[in-house]
Design a protein around this ligand. Structure first.
Ligand code: CP
Length: 396
């Protein structure tokens, strides 16, 4: 069990907002459907359109990118997730009862055009614990009218009539922005505006994963404030080019002031996209090390965030196979790392972490999955404008 982090503080002088990086709309075409660029033209969405910044006001806004958040927005989610985790870990049945009706009788839809285990189920579990009704669409490609040629934009509008929040995953960059733009002029019969949460858009972003990854680092390392974050040496390993989780996590850490050093460890062909690296060096808070050599940097690392080679993003599978066995975390590698080291991974894994590592207490990747429920509960509370209270104070 973790030690409780009572309140994670952002030190005012590092509450910087990073400016959005442009992310190109995908021009990939799938049989019988429009590309995201064609969808944008069809609904009149300007190039590089983004929903508004959150800046403490989550209500009525879609959440498609960590670039919408300030450092204080991250801290709000971390602190609320910590309160939720404490409540869920307590024996107080009354608290659990209260929890089950916190957002009743609202509803949430999941719309997944790409497979998922963790993101969809943890959003659905989070919603159910909060008393939301859940409408689940785990296979939009085959089991929705998308298969008959309905666009992502029209699908979003239809789902927005049914539920005020849609959690959407899609294999193409820009699909979340298309849905958010299509929803922005809608008002539901109860006066609320439907919104979308980006649960992953191709190689673009996975912002709720970044929230849970940041929270996991803070909980595992028992950090009290963002200055503690600046002491960490954080490595990211694997397919940093196609991995949307590492894109969102890097931008998020930078927004919170950054670790002491970012280590981007990958083969040169799969390196972190240059615009993301440039946005970090512009901020000037963190040193950046780009390397292919894990052994060289391993002894310095406090956290290593491992990712798999994203085989579904390669056109040439032979090329993909060349990278698959380059890195493998084994018990022998763990022996060469710091005593208070942590391994994170968004999962699923392939061969990059040996299952023998699972029993090492420093392997945090399965705990990371569980944290997703608390964090997504916090996110839903914010998006429905019902910040979760501190139950422990209620009992005093
Ligand atoms: N971490 C993550 O996005 O996992 P899923 O693809 O299973 O949702």
């Amino acid at each position: 069990m973790f030690a409780s982090v009572e309140r994670f503080e952002i030190i005012p002088d590092i509450t910087r907002i990073i400016e959005p990086n442009s992310s190109e709309l995908s021009t990939n075409k799938r049989e019988g459907s429009l590309s995201m660029k064609e969808e944008a033209e069809r609904i009149g969405m300007p190039e590089h359109w983004r929903p508004p910044k959150i800046e403490g006001e989550w209500g009525n806004k879609s959440f498609i990118s960590v670039e919408q958040l300030t450092a204080n927005d991250f801290a709000e989610i971390v602190n609320m997730a910590t309160r939720i985790r404490d409540t869920r870990m307590s024996k107080e049945q009354r608290a659990l009862f209260e929890l089950k009706s916190w957002l009743f009788p609202l509803s949430m839809q999941t719309a997944f055009y790409e497979p998922s285990t963790r993101t969809r189920t943890s959003f659905e579990a989070a919603a159910q614990i909060l008393g939301l009704d859940v409408v689940s669409n785990p296979d939009m490609i085959r089991m929705s009218s998308f298969s008959k040629g309905e666009t992502v934009a029209d699908n979003a509008i239809v789902m927005g009539e049914i539920s005020p929040v849609i959690v959407q995953r899609h294999p193409e960059v820009g699909a979340a922005a298309i849905a958010a733009f299509a929803l922005q002029s809608m008002t539901r019969c109860d006066g609320t505006k439907p919104r979308v949460i980006n649960a992953g858009d191709g190689i673009g972003e996975h912002p709720s994963q970044a929230l849970l990854d940041i929270t996991t680092i803070i909980w595992e390392k028992r950090l009290k404030n963002a200055n503690d974050l600046h002491r960490l040496h954080i490595g990211m390993l694997g397919d940093l080019k196609h991995g949307r989780t590492v894109h969102s996590l890097t931008k998020s850490l930078n927004c919170m002031g950054g670790p002491a050093v970012f280590y981007f460890i990958s083969p040169e062909q799969l390196s972190m996209p240059q615009p993301i690296i440039e946005s970090l060096t512009r901020g000037g808070q963190s040193e950046v090390v780009v390397t292919g050599d894990l052994a060289e940097v391993l002894p310095s690392l406090d956290v290593l965030y491992v990712t798999r080679i994203q085989n579904e993003r390669f056109k040439d599978l032979d090329e993909c196979r060349r990278y698959e066995n380059l890195y493998r975390i084994t018990p022998e590698i763990m022996e060469r790392s710091k005593e208070r080291f942590n391994i994170n991974h968004p999962l699923p894994r392939r061969g990059e972490i040996d299952p023998r590592v699972d029993s090492d207490p420093r392997a945090a990747y399965f705990r990371q999955v569980g944290n997703g429920v608390d964090v997504r509960m916090a996110l839903l509370c914010c998006m429905f404008d019902r910040p979760y209270p501190n139950f422990r104070n209620w009992y005093k």
